[in-house]
Write a protein of this length. Structure first.
Length: 234
């Protein structure tokens, strides 16, 4: 079985109810559910939530909510791996063994069906335990600096001050859209950010964390521009 798990707890604090808040005309979680369905990758798409309203919205947009997530996996410190492992184990007990599971974030409106398909293909062909989306930093991290308490500048790596930007190695960060993984990796708690993972590289213009209201506004502007560009190219 190939399983999509969309974690969506109800206790978001910085953007209240953000998993079902309207984003460009639809509840945020609907974009992830629709991308998962359009990908054709999954035998089951489930939402792991502790919240009845989120469950109702998820079902209305075509996802299953076969259980309510336990309270010990629903607080501010619950990690992705235990939440997905719980879902994989529950589904396996009820419906049969899971081979691949994809953690698809509820707040990932930029996720695309073809990227989900690419992620599964790479996971299967590479022999990796996980495959997940990444993008590169906009500026060289080797030349980053901190602002001190005295409002002065302090470089993290002063030795790189005179190195040309084009001579510095690219650095990447998690794009926060999805994580494909082998079921055994999720169940064993294998770390995501390690040499057992392989990257799915995305362009920066399709990546935006949505943790604050400012993030939300920026994401909606990006989303509308991308959609306009897509319509012009049809």
């Amino acid at each position: 079985m190939r399983l999509a798990v969309i974690p969506a707890r109800g206790g978001s604090k910085r953007i209240p109810r953000k998993n079902i808040k309207l984003f460009c005309g639809k509840p945020m979680i609907a974009w992830s559910i629709e991308a998962g369905k359009a990908s054709g990758c999954f035998d089951r798409i489930i939402v792991s939530t502790d919240d009845a309203e989120i469950a109702e919205v998820a079902r209305a947009h075509g996802a299953d909510v076969p259980f309510m997530r336990p309270s010990d996996l629903s607080d501010d410190y619950s990690g992705t791996i235990p939440v997905v492992a719980h879902a994989v184990e529950w589904i396996a007990q009820q419906f049969g063994s899971v081979q691949f599971a994809c953690c698809l974030y509820a707040t990932a409106p930029f996720v695309q069906a073809q990227d989900l398909r690419r992620g599964l293909d790479v996971l299967q062909s590479s022999g990796a335990q996980y495959a997940f989306t990444v993008t590169n930093f906009a500026a060289p991290i080797q030349r980053s600096f901190r602002i001190t308490d005295q409002q002065r500048i302090n470089m993290f790596n002063p030795a790189q001050f005179t190195t040309r930007s084009q001579d510095l190695e690219d650095a990447y960060h998690d794009a926060g859209q999805f994580y494909w993984g082998r079921a055994k990796a999720w169940l064993s708690g294998v770390p995501l950010f390690s040499q057992v993972s392989t990257p799915i590289v995305l362009p920066r213009y399709r990546v935006q964390d949505i943790d604050t209201i400012d993030d939300w506004i920026r994401a909606e502007m990006m989303f509308e521009i991308l959609n306009q560009s897509t319509e012009r190219n049809l």
